[in-house]
Design a protein around this ligand. Sequence first.
Ligand code: HEM
Length: 547
Amino acid sequence: MRRTVWTRAQTTSGLKNVLFGVTPGKRLCLATAGTVVGGKLEGVKGPSGEVRRRGGDGQVRRFEEIPHTGRSGWVNLVKFWREDRFRHLHKYMQRTFNALGPIYRENVGTVSSVNIILPSDISELFQSEGLHPRRMTLQPWATHREIRKHSKGVFLKNGEEWRADRLQLNKEVMMSSSVKCFLPLLDEVARDFCRMLQARVQNEGRGETGKRSLTIDPSPDLFRFALEASCHVIYGERIGLLSSSPSLESQKFIWAVERMLTTTPPLLYLPPRLLQRIGAPLWTQHATAWDLIFSHAEARIQKAYQRLTSPKKRGLDPALEGVQYSGVLAQLMEKGKLSLDLIKANVTELMAGGVDTTAVPLQFALFELGRNQEVQERLRHQVRASWAQADGDPHKALQGAPLLKSTIKEVLRLYPVGITVQRYPVKDIVLQNYHIPAGTMVQACLYPMGRSAEVFEDPLSFNPARWSTSKEGGQPEGGGRGFRSLAFGFGARQCVGRRIAENEMQLVLMHILLSFRLSVPSSEDLETTATLILQPETPPRISFTNL
Ligand code: HEM
């Protein structure tokens, strides 16, 4: 296995970094100011051919000295297109860190970034994110809203506007009191999903009754589960996706989210307004996909609005008064702190962000549990004991099975939905002894970090228990403790759907483990591809055997 060791000469800020990239039979010694050209490393060569360090006087180095992948953003962009790097950006980043060390600069088209991998550097970045943290703007999404004259939600807003919306959303989806309210809704969908799976195993599986087994690609069912769960929590509505004949409208929504996600990365590096003006097919596909997502949300919101303003719900029917929690949308409408327009914008974003992001990690989770039987048994043991104690209460059941949460963390370490988290520091900072001016886009690169032996012990093994040790992540030391589990981002701007996602995934895994033994026909590593989210190139097949 290829292993790169970064030795730190000094501590956190103001430290010098020496890189010894060790590949079998090859040793690369590089300090700074290297550049990768045509896949090879270029730098200042010393007499023995090694790349010599510049500016080794302990002074903070200039921004321009950060190793980089080529000066011209346009040349890089052409390479990205030609070599299909967008789809393998995660692997490309991993290779580039191996070649250039724990920090490098990159220009692609109009976008420039500084990329980092070590928790200590990410911690430094986090401390300078300010009161209104900013991520890289997904310009194609923003342009779609502007052209169609839709309001933007938290995903696309910045500054005080972002904060005002975000504080309202946090109350409905992040606070533990609201989590307790929507947990039973998620649990209901997770149980229905398992019932549907049981019926399929019974009808289509092989083997004697009670011990039947079925091998399938579960991804279409997981997408339906995730959409059904999102609709239940957000709109308070069941849309019947787990029935035998799901509606065409919902299938179209799932298709549209997928199309919107796959068309985003190439559009990030091109000016969307120009593409719109010339009628470029890529832009048209992207905008049409968003239009479909918006019309799906609009129809659901109208329905919920009618329900909410009907005399029964308004409290004229005493039998219904204060009885039920009816979803995030209803809560936002009842509180009346956000305008209807802003509620629509934010709820549409929650829907667009809430389906693939959970359906895909669930595929990875089933695959990893299927090929790691011991881990699966240990987890099932804990889940069974907890479920037996919980008396049907999903909150208690999850509390009693912490290994479930660790399993999700471990899946997201190896397969982070978003391969980077970006921030623009509000003040100048020093990373790896390089000066980073305020306002620079810095990316914490989660995929390479999750697989780095510098950050995690035995990084390629699937071991949820590593998260329950006192050293978070069971990692070798390296500073920045804590900044290792970052799949949901960090700080005030972290994923607002985090609690929905974590609970939804844990609950469905819990019910699956209570009903089935999982195995995989092939335990070969999965090939992955990065659209806007990291996905398996081909969805894995999983065997479900009745317990
Ligand atoms: C495993 C599932 C998920 C992962 C790994 C994930 C990851 C992320 C990440 C990394 C960010 C950026 C955070 C940052 O900049 O620090 C984010 C933001 C966001 N996510 Fe998620 N997400 C997931 C599920 C969801 C779900 C289920 C929803 C909706 C119900 C959602 C809605 C959003 C929204 C609206 C934002 C923007 C928040 C803001 O800028 O204030 N996500 N997510």
